[in-house]
Ligand binder design. Structure first.
Ligand code: SF4
Length: 217
């Protein structure tokens, strides 16, 4: 799929799933991002709320006993590792950024537990900047549409999108694609017959995958 069609498709998806900016304080988004890996939002959001209701600053979290953080964020996936990362990230913010979350991607990625996706999430949701956090939904859809090759890693997809798209399109991708991915372009058995961008999608042509019921992306 070329860039012209990708923009057209993005606008069609956004028409059906309008952008919902989940704006919040950058620190809150950072905490969310560190906890969210391999965990559903329905688990991450309540866990984040429990933690932030007890301590909502880097100093507050850094002073909590590790066991307390673990119990607050459980049952987030890998909660023991993530509890350690949260503490390390808070200490790093205190030591290096005067307890403030930076608004620069390379600075953000120095924080323990923060990779390109979490950094983009903080910039997009926390600072309202035109970045694209490529999660599993976004990466799957962009591959199925044929804008990047099958098997492209999220970090690479993110670079390609950020290079190719203008800011006004970038802000539509993450939110609209996530809702579209949950409702229509699901990981298994996508609802292609209900898809608003069916005519543009390259993946739907490979119907053998659906017949075999495989999950190849
Ligand atoms: S046609 Fe199917 S695979 Fe393609 S974007 Fe739509 S739901 Fe996803």
């Amino acid at each position: 799929m070329d860039i012209k069609n990708f923009i057209k498709v993005t606008l069609l998806i956004e028409r059906k799933y309008p952008v919902k900016i989940r704006k919040a304080e950058p620190f809150e988004i950072l905490i969310h991002g560190i906890m969210s890996t391999r965990t559903k939002d329905t688990t991450t959001f309540p866990a984040q709320k429990r933690l932030l209701s007890i301590a909502d600053t880097p100093k507050g979290i850094s002073e909590l006993p590790l066991k307390k953080i673990e119990s607050l964020i459980y049952p987030v996936g890998f909660y023991k590792t993530k509890a350690k990362l949260l503490k390390k990230a808070c200490n790093f913010l205190i030591d290096n950024f005067d307890s403030k979350v930076p608004s620069d991607k390379s600075e953000l990625m120095k924080i323990p537990g923060v990779g390109p996706k979490v950094a983009s999430l903080v910039l997009e949701w926390g600072f309202n900047l035109p970045f694209i956090a490529v999660d599993t939904h976004v990466n799957r859809i962009v591959q199925r549409l044929g804008f990047v090759s099958i098997g492209t890693k999220p970090d690479k997809t993110e670079k390609i999108l950020e290079h190719a798209l203008k800011d006004n399109i970038k802000i539509k991708v993450n939110s609209s694609f996530i809702y579209f991915g949950r409702a229509i372009c699901k990981p298994i058995s996508p609802l292609c017959s209900e898809c608003p961008v069916y005519n543009y999608c390259e993946f739907k042509l490979k119907s053998k995958y659906y017949k075999l019921g495989k999950r190849e992306i």
